[in-house]
Design a protein around this ligand. Structure first.
Ligand SMILES: C[S@@+](CC[C@H](N)C(=O)[O-])C[C@H]1O[C@@H](n2cnc3c(N)ncnc32)[C@H](O)[C@@H]1O
Length: 499
Protein backbone atom coordinates (compact mmCIF):
# COMPACT_ATOMS: atom_id res chain seq x y z
CA UNK A 1 0.00 0.00 0.00
CA UNK A 2 1.16 3.51 -0.66
CA UNK A 3 0.87 4.72 2.91
CA UNK A 4 3.53 4.32 5.54
CA UNK A 5 2.22 3.51 8.96
CA UNK A 6 2.43 6.67 10.92
CA UNK A 7 -0.27 6.24 13.48
CA UNK A 8 0.09 4.56 16.84
CA UNK A 9 -2.99 3.94 18.83
CA UNK A 10 -4.19 1.46 21.38
CA UNK A 11 -7.80 2.39 20.76
CA UNK A 12 -10.08 -0.64 20.84
CA UNK A 13 -13.25 -0.53 18.78
CA UNK A 14 -15.09 -3.75 18.05
CA UNK A 15 -11.98 -5.91 18.34
CA UNK A 16 -13.51 -9.35 17.96
CA UNK A 17 -11.54 -11.58 15.63
CA UNK A 18 -12.91 -14.10 13.13
CA UNK A 19 -12.14 -17.71 14.06
CA UNK A 20 -10.14 -19.46 11.32
CA UNK A 21 -12.90 -22.02 10.83
CA UNK A 22 -15.33 -19.31 9.77
CA UNK A 23 -12.76 -17.45 7.68
CA UNK A 24 -12.30 -20.72 5.80
CA UNK A 25 -16.06 -21.08 5.43
CA UNK A 26 -16.26 -17.70 3.70
CA UNK A 27 -13.29 -18.47 1.46
CA UNK A 28 -14.90 -21.71 0.31
CA UNK A 29 -18.38 -20.30 -0.17
CA UNK A 30 -17.27 -17.48 -2.39
CA UNK A 31 -14.28 -19.03 -4.17
CA UNK A 32 -11.99 -16.34 -2.76
CA UNK A 33 -8.92 -18.61 -2.72
CA UNK A 34 -9.19 -19.52 -6.41
CA UNK A 35 -9.60 -15.90 -7.45
CA UNK A 36 -6.65 -14.87 -5.32
CA UNK A 37 -4.54 -17.60 -6.93
CA UNK A 38 -5.62 -16.26 -10.33
CA UNK A 39 -4.26 -12.82 -9.59
CA UNK A 40 -6.98 -10.98 -7.64
CA UNK A 41 -5.92 -8.64 -4.88
CA UNK A 42 -7.62 -9.11 -1.51
CA UNK A 43 -7.95 -6.37 1.10
CA UNK A 44 -9.11 -6.54 4.73
CA UNK A 45 -9.74 -2.89 5.70
CA UNK A 46 -9.98 -3.59 9.43
CA UNK A 47 -7.79 -6.65 9.66
CA UNK A 48 -7.21 -6.91 13.43
CA UNK A 49 -4.39 -9.45 13.81
CA UNK A 50 -4.88 -10.51 10.20
CA UNK A 51 -7.00 -13.62 10.77
CA UNK A 52 -8.88 -13.49 7.46
CA UNK A 53 -5.75 -12.97 5.36
CA UNK A 54 -3.88 -15.60 7.35
CA UNK A 55 -6.73 -18.05 6.73
CA UNK A 56 -6.35 -17.57 2.99
CA UNK A 57 -2.66 -18.50 3.18
CA UNK A 58 -3.33 -21.42 5.51
CA UNK A 59 -6.04 -22.64 3.16
CA UNK A 60 -3.39 -22.73 0.42
CA UNK A 61 -0.94 -24.56 2.65
CA UNK A 62 -3.63 -27.12 3.49
CA UNK A 63 -4.09 -27.62 -0.24
CA UNK A 64 -0.39 -28.54 -0.49
CA UNK A 65 1.14 -25.21 -1.58
CA UNK A 66 4.26 -23.86 0.08
CA UNK A 67 3.84 -20.26 1.33
CA UNK A 68 6.34 -19.01 -1.24
CA UNK A 69 4.18 -20.50 -4.01
CA UNK A 70 1.24 -18.40 -2.90
CA UNK A 71 0.64 -14.79 -4.07
CA UNK A 72 0.98 -13.46 -0.50
CA UNK A 73 2.01 -10.05 -1.77
CA UNK A 74 -1.47 -9.70 -3.29
CA UNK A 75 -2.91 -9.63 0.22
CA UNK A 76 -3.43 -6.21 1.78
CA UNK A 77 -4.63 -5.11 5.16
CA UNK A 78 -5.17 -2.15 7.39
CA UNK A 79 -5.77 -1.88 11.12
CA UNK A 80 -6.33 1.01 13.51
CA UNK A 81 -4.87 -0.56 16.64
CA UNK A 82 -1.08 -0.63 16.55
CA UNK A 83 -0.66 -3.75 18.69
CA UNK A 84 -2.94 -5.78 16.43
CA UNK A 85 -1.29 -4.37 13.30
CA UNK A 86 2.12 -5.38 14.59
CA UNK A 87 0.90 -8.85 15.51
CA UNK A 88 -0.33 -9.32 11.94
CA UNK A 89 3.04 -8.19 10.52
CA UNK A 90 4.89 -10.47 12.92
CA UNK A 91 2.73 -13.46 12.09
CA UNK A 92 3.38 -13.18 8.35
CA UNK A 93 7.10 -12.76 9.05
CA UNK A 94 7.35 -15.69 11.46
CA UNK A 95 4.99 -18.17 9.81
CA UNK A 96 5.27 -17.35 6.11
CA UNK A 97 8.65 -15.64 6.03
CA UNK A 98 7.07 -12.65 4.27
CA UNK A 99 7.59 -8.97 4.99
CA UNK A 100 4.18 -7.34 4.74
CA UNK A 101 5.23 -3.85 5.79
CA UNK A 102 4.42 -2.50 2.32
CA UNK A 103 1.06 -4.32 2.27
CA UNK A 104 -0.25 -3.51 5.73
CA UNK A 105 -1.05 -0.07 7.10
CA UNK A 106 -1.83 1.17 10.57
CA UNK A 107 -4.39 3.92 10.05
CA UNK A 108 -8.00 4.70 10.63
CA UNK A 109 -9.54 3.22 7.46
CA UNK A 110 -11.54 6.42 7.10
CA UNK A 111 -8.26 8.28 6.62
CA UNK A 112 -6.43 5.83 4.42
CA UNK A 113 -5.94 7.10 0.83
CA UNK A 114 -8.21 5.30 -1.67
CA UNK A 115 -6.82 2.36 -3.57
CA UNK A 116 -8.89 -0.14 -5.55
CA UNK A 117 -8.70 -3.87 -4.78
CA UNK A 118 -10.46 -6.73 -6.54
CA UNK A 119 -11.91 -8.24 -3.39
CA UNK A 120 -12.66 -6.89 0.06
CA UNK A 121 -12.73 -9.58 2.71
CA UNK A 122 -13.47 -8.11 6.09
CA UNK A 123 -15.12 -8.05 9.42
CA UNK A 124 -15.67 -4.41 10.34
CA UNK A 125 -15.89 -3.31 13.97
CA UNK A 126 -19.45 -3.67 15.28
CA UNK A 127 -20.33 -1.02 17.79
CA UNK A 128 -23.20 1.36 18.17
CA UNK A 129 -22.29 4.95 17.48
CA UNK A 130 -23.62 5.60 20.95
CA UNK A 131 -21.07 3.38 22.64
CA UNK A 132 -17.99 4.67 20.81
CA UNK A 133 -15.36 6.63 22.80
CA UNK A 134 -16.51 10.28 23.01
CA UNK A 135 -13.51 11.76 21.21
CA UNK A 136 -13.81 9.23 18.39
CA UNK A 137 -17.54 9.96 18.00
CA UNK A 138 -16.75 13.61 17.30
CA UNK A 139 -14.08 12.66 14.82
CA UNK A 140 -16.20 10.36 12.71
CA UNK A 141 -19.52 12.23 12.72
CA UNK A 142 -18.72 13.98 9.40
CA UNK A 143 -18.11 10.58 7.81
CA UNK A 144 -21.60 9.43 8.76
CA UNK A 145 -22.90 12.49 6.94
CA UNK A 146 -20.73 11.92 3.89
CA UNK A 147 -22.13 8.40 3.47
CA UNK A 148 -25.73 9.49 4.07
CA UNK A 149 -25.94 7.48 7.25
CA UNK A 150 -27.48 10.21 9.32
CA UNK A 151 -31.06 9.01 8.88
CA UNK A 152 -31.83 10.60 12.20
CA UNK A 153 -29.46 13.55 12.30
CA UNK A 154 -30.81 14.82 15.57
CA UNK A 155 -30.09 11.56 17.34
CA UNK A 156 -26.58 11.49 15.91
CA UNK A 157 -25.98 15.04 17.10
CA UNK A 158 -27.33 14.25 20.53
CA UNK A 159 -24.95 11.31 20.59
CA UNK A 160 -27.47 8.52 20.99
CA UNK A 161 -27.87 7.16 17.50
CA UNK A 162 -28.18 3.38 17.40
CA UNK A 163 -26.44 3.23 14.04
CA UNK A 164 -23.57 0.78 13.99
CA UNK A 165 -20.10 1.90 12.92
CA UNK A 166 -20.07 -1.27 10.77
CA UNK A 167 -22.53 0.47 8.43
CA UNK A 168 -20.07 3.31 7.91
CA UNK A 169 -17.02 1.10 7.43
CA UNK A 170 -18.83 -1.09 4.90
CA UNK A 171 -20.06 1.85 2.84
CA UNK A 172 -16.74 3.67 3.02
CA UNK A 173 -14.63 0.69 2.04
CA UNK A 174 -16.91 -0.34 -0.83
CA UNK A 175 -16.51 3.15 -2.24
CA UNK A 176 -12.83 3.73 -1.58
CA UNK A 177 -11.20 0.32 -1.82
CA UNK A 178 -13.10 -1.73 -4.36
CA UNK A 179 -12.77 -1.80 -8.14
CA UNK A 180 -15.97 -1.16 -10.14
CA UNK A 181 -17.93 -4.42 -10.11
CA UNK A 182 -15.73 -5.77 -7.31
CA UNK A 183 -16.97 -8.13 -4.59
CA UNK A 184 -16.98 -7.44 -0.87
CA UNK A 185 -17.54 -10.14 1.73
CA UNK A 186 -18.22 -9.01 5.26
CA UNK A 187 -18.95 -10.71 8.55
CA UNK A 188 -21.40 -8.20 9.95
CA UNK A 189 -24.34 -7.59 12.27
CA UNK A 190 -27.49 -8.51 10.38
CA UNK A 191 -29.35 -5.62 11.99
CA UNK A 192 -27.92 -3.56 9.11
CA UNK A 193 -30.17 -5.51 6.75
CA UNK A 194 -33.03 -6.69 8.93
CA UNK A 195 -33.88 -4.00 11.44
CA UNK A 196 -35.86 -0.82 11.15
CA UNK A 197 -34.71 2.42 12.65
CA UNK A 198 -31.13 3.59 12.45
CA UNK A 199 -30.06 1.13 9.77
CA UNK A 200 -32.55 2.13 7.14
CA UNK A 201 -30.02 4.76 6.13
CA UNK A 202 -27.61 1.96 5.22
CA UNK A 203 -30.16 0.46 2.87
CA UNK A 204 -30.22 3.10 0.18
CA UNK A 205 -27.40 0.92 -1.23
CA UNK A 206 -25.45 3.93 -2.35
CA UNK A 207 -22.01 4.62 -1.01
CA UNK A 208 -21.48 8.27 -1.86
CA UNK A 209 -21.75 8.03 -5.67
CA UNK A 210 -21.07 4.28 -5.86
CA UNK A 211 -24.12 2.00 -5.82
CA UNK A 212 -23.79 -1.49 -4.41
CA UNK A 213 -26.07 -4.47 -4.02
CA UNK A 214 -26.41 -7.20 -1.41
CA UNK A 215 -26.08 -10.49 -3.29
CA UNK A 216 -26.29 -13.30 -0.74
CA UNK A 217 -26.57 -13.65 3.01
CA UNK A 218 -25.50 -16.37 5.43
CA UNK A 219 -27.34 -15.97 8.73
CA UNK A 220 -25.43 -17.72 11.53
CA UNK A 221 -28.64 -17.82 13.55
CA UNK A 222 -27.87 -19.34 16.97
CA UNK A 223 -24.36 -20.54 16.07
CA UNK A 224 -21.80 -19.06 18.47
CA UNK A 225 -19.30 -17.92 15.82
CA UNK A 226 -17.88 -14.99 17.75
CA UNK A 227 -17.68 -16.42 21.24
CA UNK A 228 -20.73 -15.29 23.16
CA UNK A 229 -21.37 -12.07 21.23
CA UNK A 230 -25.10 -11.54 21.56
CA UNK A 231 -25.51 -9.65 18.25
CA UNK A 232 -27.29 -11.42 15.39
CA UNK A 233 -24.61 -11.69 12.75
CA UNK A 234 -23.92 -13.22 9.40
CA UNK A 235 -21.71 -13.21 6.34
CA UNK A 236 -22.85 -11.01 3.46
CA UNK A 237 -21.72 -10.67 -0.14
CA UNK A 238 -22.01 -7.20 -1.70
CA UNK A 239 -21.13 -6.15 -5.22
CA UNK A 240 -20.13 -2.65 -6.23
CA UNK A 241 -21.74 -0.76 -9.14
CA UNK A 242 -24.73 -2.99 -9.17
CA UNK A 243 -28.36 -2.07 -8.51
CA UNK A 244 -29.98 -4.34 -5.91
CA UNK A 245 -32.31 -7.00 -7.29
CA UNK A 246 -34.57 -8.93 -4.95
CA UNK A 247 -35.22 -11.53 -3.70
CA UNK A 248 -31.68 -12.66 -2.86
CA UNK A 249 -30.53 -15.95 -1.36
CA UNK A 250 -30.71 -16.01 2.42
CA UNK A 251 -29.20 -19.09 4.04
CA UNK A 252 -29.86 -19.81 7.70
CA UNK A 253 -27.79 -22.21 9.78
CA UNK A 254 -30.12 -24.64 11.53
CA UNK A 255 -28.94 -27.80 13.26
CA UNK A 256 -25.62 -27.65 11.41
CA UNK A 257 -27.24 -27.40 7.97
CA UNK A 258 -27.93 -24.39 5.81
CA UNK A 259 -31.57 -23.84 4.97
CA UNK A 260 -32.08 -21.88 1.74
CA UNK A 261 -34.56 -19.02 2.04
CA UNK A 262 -35.06 -15.74 0.17
CA UNK A 263 -34.86 -12.15 1.34
CA UNK A 264 -36.42 -8.98 -0.01
CA UNK A 265 -37.47 -5.64 1.39
CA UNK A 266 -41.21 -5.68 1.10
CA UNK A 267 -42.63 -2.24 1.59
CA UNK A 268 -39.83 0.00 0.25
CA UNK A 269 -36.23 -0.42 -0.87
CA UNK A 270 -34.92 0.62 2.53
CA UNK A 271 -37.28 -1.61 4.57
CA UNK A 272 -35.72 -4.34 6.69
CA UNK A 273 -35.68 -7.61 4.75
CA UNK A 274 -38.55 -10.02 4.90
CA UNK A 275 -37.53 -13.66 4.68
CA UNK A 276 -39.50 -16.15 2.59
CA UNK A 277 -39.39 -19.85 2.08
CA UNK A 278 -40.22 -19.86 -1.60
CA UNK A 279 -39.04 -17.63 -4.37
CA UNK A 280 -42.49 -16.72 -5.66
CA UNK A 281 -43.97 -15.89 -2.30
CA UNK A 282 -47.46 -14.55 -2.78
CA UNK A 283 -46.88 -11.95 -0.06
CA UNK A 284 -44.41 -10.24 -2.31
CA UNK A 285 -47.08 -9.66 -4.90
CA UNK A 286 -50.28 -9.42 -2.92
CA UNK A 287 -49.59 -6.90 -0.20
CA UNK A 288 -50.70 -3.34 -0.57
CA UNK A 289 -50.15 -0.84 2.19
CA UNK A 290 -52.89 0.06 4.65
CA UNK A 291 -54.09 3.62 4.04
CA UNK A 292 -54.21 5.57 7.32
CA UNK A 293 -54.61 9.15 8.36
CA UNK A 294 -51.50 10.77 9.91
CA UNK A 295 -53.42 11.28 13.18
CA UNK A 296 -53.69 7.47 13.47
CA UNK A 297 -49.99 6.82 13.27
CA UNK A 298 -48.72 3.99 15.50
CA UNK A 299 -47.25 5.07 18.83
CA UNK A 300 -45.13 3.53 21.52
CA UNK A 301 -46.67 3.27 24.95
CA UNK A 302 -45.65 5.61 27.73
CA UNK A 303 -42.27 5.37 29.44
CA UNK A 304 -41.46 6.52 32.97
CA UNK A 305 -37.70 6.35 32.32
CA UNK A 306 -37.05 4.09 35.27
CA UNK A 307 -39.59 5.61 37.66
CA UNK A 308 -42.38 3.00 37.44
CA UNK A 309 -42.45 2.82 41.23
CA UNK A 310 -43.42 6.49 41.37
CA UNK A 311 -45.84 6.60 38.45
CA UNK A 312 -47.44 3.13 38.62
CA UNK A 313 -49.84 1.89 41.33
CA UNK A 314 -51.13 -1.62 41.98
CA UNK A 315 -54.26 -0.60 43.82
CA UNK A 316 -56.78 2.10 43.25
CA UNK A 317 -60.07 2.90 44.98
CA UNK A 318 -62.42 5.82 44.65
CA UNK A 319 -62.61 8.09 47.68
CA UNK A 320 -64.94 10.65 46.14
CA UNK A 321 -65.85 12.02 42.68
CA UNK A 322 -62.48 13.71 42.36
CA UNK A 323 -60.08 11.62 44.42
CA UNK A 324 -58.54 8.15 44.24
CA UNK A 325 -56.70 6.32 47.00
CA UNK A 326 -53.67 4.61 45.48
CA UNK A 327 -51.77 1.70 47.03
CA UNK A 328 -53.79 2.41 50.18
CA UNK A 329 -51.46 5.29 50.98
CA UNK A 330 -51.62 8.08 48.44
CA UNK A 331 -54.53 10.34 47.63
CA UNK A 332 -54.39 11.82 44.13
CA UNK A 333 -56.85 13.66 41.88
CA UNK A 334 -58.67 11.10 39.73
CA UNK A 335 -58.24 13.40 36.68
CA UNK A 336 -54.61 12.30 36.43
CA UNK A 337 -54.94 8.57 37.10
CA UNK A 338 -55.36 6.15 34.18
CA UNK A 339 -55.66 2.38 33.89
CA UNK A 340 -52.50 0.87 32.42
CA UNK A 341 -52.67 -2.24 30.26
CA UNK A 342 -50.91 -5.41 31.37
CA UNK A 343 -50.50 -8.76 29.60
CA UNK A 344 -53.57 -10.04 31.52
CA UNK A 345 -55.80 -7.47 29.78
CA UNK A 346 -54.93 -9.08 26.44
CA UNK A 347 -56.24 -12.41 27.75
CA UNK A 348 -59.42 -12.44 29.81
CA UNK A 349 -58.93 -9.76 32.42
CA UNK A 350 -61.37 -6.91 31.77
CA UNK A 351 -60.50 -4.79 34.80
CA UNK A 352 -57.38 -2.74 35.39
CA UNK A 353 -54.72 -4.21 37.66
CA UNK A 354 -52.29 -1.33 37.28
CA UNK A 355 -52.76 2.46 37.19
CA UNK A 356 -50.51 5.25 36.00
CA UNK A 357 -50.21 8.86 37.07
CA UNK A 358 -50.04 11.26 34.11
CA UNK A 359 -49.52 14.85 35.28
CA UNK A 360 -50.61 16.17 31.88
CA UNK A 361 -53.34 18.30 30.36
CA UNK A 362 -55.96 16.61 28.17
CA UNK A 363 -54.11 17.74 25.08
CA UNK A 364 -51.05 15.78 26.13
CA UNK A 365 -48.93 18.63 27.44
CA UNK A 366 -47.15 18.23 30.81
CA UNK A 367 -48.81 20.40 33.48
CA UNK A 368 -46.90 23.55 34.28
CA UNK A 369 -45.59 24.12 37.82
CA UNK A 370 -48.39 26.65 38.37
CA UNK A 371 -51.02 24.16 37.17
CA UNK A 372 -49.67 21.47 39.49
CA UNK A 373 -49.89 23.84 42.46
CA UNK A 374 -53.61 24.11 41.86
CA UNK A 375 -53.88 20.41 42.86
CA UNK A 376 -52.41 20.24 46.40
CA UNK A 377 -52.43 16.39 46.61
CA UNK A 378 -50.66 16.11 43.27
CA UNK A 379 -48.23 18.86 44.21
CA UNK A 380 -47.37 17.18 47.53
CA UNK A 381 -46.92 13.79 45.92
CA UNK A 382 -44.65 15.03 43.12
CA UNK A 383 -42.61 17.21 45.49
CA UNK A 384 -42.03 14.22 47.78
CA UNK A 385 -40.71 12.28 44.75
CA UNK A 386 -38.82 15.20 43.20
CA UNK A 387 -35.27 14.02 43.95
CA UNK A 388 -35.84 10.65 42.36
CA UNK A 389 -37.66 12.09 39.37
CA UNK A 390 -34.93 14.65 38.76
CA UNK A 391 -32.24 11.96 38.92
CA UNK A 392 -33.63 10.00 35.95
CA UNK A 393 -31.12 9.28 33.21
CA UNK A 394 -31.38 9.39 29.41
CA UNK A 395 -30.94 12.22 26.92
CA UNK A 396 -34.61 12.75 26.12
CA UNK A 397 -35.90 12.79 29.69
CA UNK A 398 -32.94 14.94 30.74
CA UNK A 399 -33.99 17.58 28.26
CA UNK A 400 -37.42 17.79 30.03
CA UNK A 401 -35.76 17.82 33.47
CA UNK A 402 -33.36 20.55 32.37
CA UNK A 403 -36.35 22.63 31.30
CA UNK A 404 -37.71 22.26 34.87
CA UNK A 405 -40.44 19.78 33.85
CA UNK A 406 -39.06 16.94 35.98
CA UNK A 407 -42.50 15.24 36.31
CA UNK A 408 -42.60 14.47 32.56
CA UNK A 409 -42.77 10.97 31.07
CA UNK A 410 -41.82 9.98 27.53
CA UNK A 411 -44.35 8.81 24.98
CA UNK A 412 -47.18 11.02 26.21
CA UNK A 413 -48.98 13.36 23.82
CA UNK A 414 -52.49 14.21 22.63
CA UNK A 415 -52.80 10.67 21.23
CA UNK A 416 -52.85 9.27 24.80
CA UNK A 417 -56.19 11.02 25.24
CA UNK A 418 -57.85 9.64 22.11
CA UNK A 419 -61.21 8.03 22.99
CA UNK A 420 -60.12 4.67 21.52
CA UNK A 421 -56.84 2.90 21.08
CA UNK A 422 -55.97 -0.17 19.07
CA UNK A 423 -53.26 -1.73 21.22
CA UNK A 424 -51.04 -4.75 20.55
CA UNK A 425 -48.31 -6.50 22.43
CA UNK A 426 -45.25 -5.25 20.61
CA UNK A 427 -42.48 -7.26 22.22
CA UNK A 428 -41.58 -10.88 22.63
CA UNK A 429 -44.73 -12.31 21.02
CA UNK A 430 -45.25 -14.75 18.20
CA UNK A 431 -48.74 -13.63 17.24
CA UNK A 432 -50.01 -10.21 16.26
CA UNK A 433 -53.27 -9.64 18.12
CA UNK A 434 -54.36 -6.02 18.14
CA UNK A 435 -57.42 -5.15 20.25
CA UNK A 436 -59.55 -2.07 20.78
CA UNK A 437 -59.45 -0.52 24.24
CA UNK A 438 -61.80 2.25 25.17
CA UNK A 439 -61.40 5.48 27.02
CA UNK A 440 -58.65 6.02 29.46
CA UNK A 441 -56.61 2.81 29.00
CA UNK A 442 -52.92 3.53 28.48
CA UNK A 443 -50.22 1.42 26.82
CA UNK A 444 -46.88 0.71 28.47
CA UNK A 445 -43.83 1.21 26.28
CA UNK A 446 -42.05 -1.82 27.70
CA UNK A 447 -44.84 -4.05 26.40
CA UNK A 448 -47.25 -2.47 23.97
CA UNK A 449 -47.74 -0.12 21.05
CA UNK A 450 -50.97 1.44 19.82
CA UNK A 451 -52.87 3.38 17.20
CA UNK A 452 -54.98 6.25 18.57
CA UNK A 453 -58.50 6.38 17.13
CA UNK A 454 -61.02 9.17 17.36
CA UNK A 455 -64.30 7.26 16.98
CA UNK A 456 -65.48 3.72 17.49
CA UNK A 457 -66.12 3.27 13.79
CA UNK A 458 -62.65 4.44 12.94
CA UNK A 459 -61.17 2.02 15.49
CA UNK A 460 -63.21 -0.90 14.12
CA UNK A 461 -62.29 -0.17 10.55
CA UNK A 462 -58.55 0.14 11.27
CA UNK A 463 -58.62 -2.98 13.44
CA UNK A 464 -60.14 -4.93 10.56
CA UNK A 465 -57.29 -3.89 8.28
CA UNK A 466 -54.69 -4.84 10.88
CA UNK A 467 -56.35 -8.22 11.35
CA UNK A 468 -55.73 -9.11 7.71
CA UNK A 469 -53.62 -12.30 8.08
CA UNK A 470 -51.10 -10.83 5.61
CA UNK A 471 -50.06 -8.30 8.28
CA UNK A 472 -49.07 -11.02 10.73
CA UNK A 473 -47.37 -12.97 7.94
CA UNK A 474 -45.28 -9.95 7.05
CA UNK A 475 -44.32 -9.41 10.69
CA UNK A 476 -43.34 -13.06 10.89
CA UNK A 477 -41.32 -12.74 7.68
CA UNK A 478 -38.91 -10.43 9.52
CA UNK A 479 -38.07 -13.41 11.71
CA UNK A 480 -38.11 -11.18 14.76
CA UNK A 481 -40.92 -13.00 16.54
CA UNK A 482 -40.35 -13.41 20.25
CA UNK A 483 -37.81 -10.56 20.23
CA UNK A 484 -37.85 -6.93 21.19
CA UNK A 485 -38.19 -6.08 17.54
CA UNK A 486 -41.34 -8.01 16.87
CA UNK A 487 -44.05 -5.39 16.30
CA UNK A 488 -42.73 -2.02 17.35
CA UNK A 489 -44.51 0.99 15.86
CA UNK A 490 -41.69 1.31 13.30
CA UNK A 491 -42.43 -2.17 11.96
CA UNK A 492 -46.15 -1.45 11.66
CA UNK A 493 -45.54 1.96 10.09
CA UNK A 494 -43.84 0.18 7.21
CA UNK A 495 -47.16 -1.43 6.36
CA UNK A 496 -49.01 1.86 6.29
CA UNK A 497 -49.45 4.48 3.62
CA UNK A 498 -50.20 7.81 5.29
CA UNK A 499 -52.87 9.83 3.52
C1 LIG B 1 -14.36 -7.26 14.31
S1 LIG B 1 -12.63 -6.98 14.30
C2 LIG B 1 -12.18 -7.97 12.94
C3 LIG B 1 -10.73 -8.11 12.67
C4 LIG B 1 -10.40 -9.00 11.50
N1 LIG B 1 -10.95 -8.50 10.25
C5 LIG B 1 -10.91 -10.38 11.74
O1 LIG B 1 -11.86 -10.79 11.08
O2 LIG B 1 -10.37 -11.08 12.60
C6 LIG B 1 -12.58 -5.31 13.75
C7 LIG B 1 -11.21 -4.66 13.77
O3 LIG B 1 -11.36 -3.34 13.25
C8 LIG B 1 -10.45 -2.48 13.92
N2 LIG B 1 -10.93 -1.13 13.71
C9 LIG B 1 -11.92 -0.49 14.37
N3 LIG B 1 -12.14 0.73 13.85
C10 LIG B 1 -11.28 0.85 12.82
C11 LIG B 1 -11.02 1.90 11.89
N4 LIG B 1 -11.70 3.03 11.93
N5 LIG B 1 -10.05 1.71 10.98
C12 LIG B 1 -9.35 0.55 10.94
N6 LIG B 1 -9.57 -0.47 11.79
C13 LIG B 1 -10.50 -0.32 12.72
C14 LIG B 1 -10.49 -2.98 15.33
O4 LIG B 1 -9.32 -2.60 16.05
C15 LIG B 1 -10.57 -4.49 15.13
O5 LIG B 1 -9.31 -5.06 15.10
Amino acid sequence: MKTDSCNTTKIKIGDVFTPFRWGRFAIEQFGIFERWMNGSTVFDPTMGQGNLLITLVQHGVEKGFKPKELPILNLFGNELNTDYYQKALQFFQDEFNTDMSKNFSNLDILELPCEPFDIIFGNPPWQNFNDLPEAYKKKIKPHFEKYQLTGNKRKLLLGHSRIDIAALIIKATIRDFLIPGGDAYFFMPLSLLLNDGAHEAFRNYISAEAPFAPMEIFDFNKEDVFNKIATRYGLVHFQRNRQPEFPIRYKVLKNQTWELLYAAPLTSLSAGFSIFEDLNNSLLNSFSKIPLNKKNQPRQGLNTCGANKLFFFNECSKLDEETYLLNNTTELPSAFIFPLLTAANFRNEKNPTLWVLLPYTKDGRPLSAAEIKRWPQLNNYLCSAADLLKARKGTLIRSWINKGIWWALLGVGPYNYAPYKIVWEAYGRKKFSPQIFEGKWQANQALQAFIPCYSQNEAKSILKKLQNPVVEKILLSHRMEGTMNWAQPGKIKKLIEFI
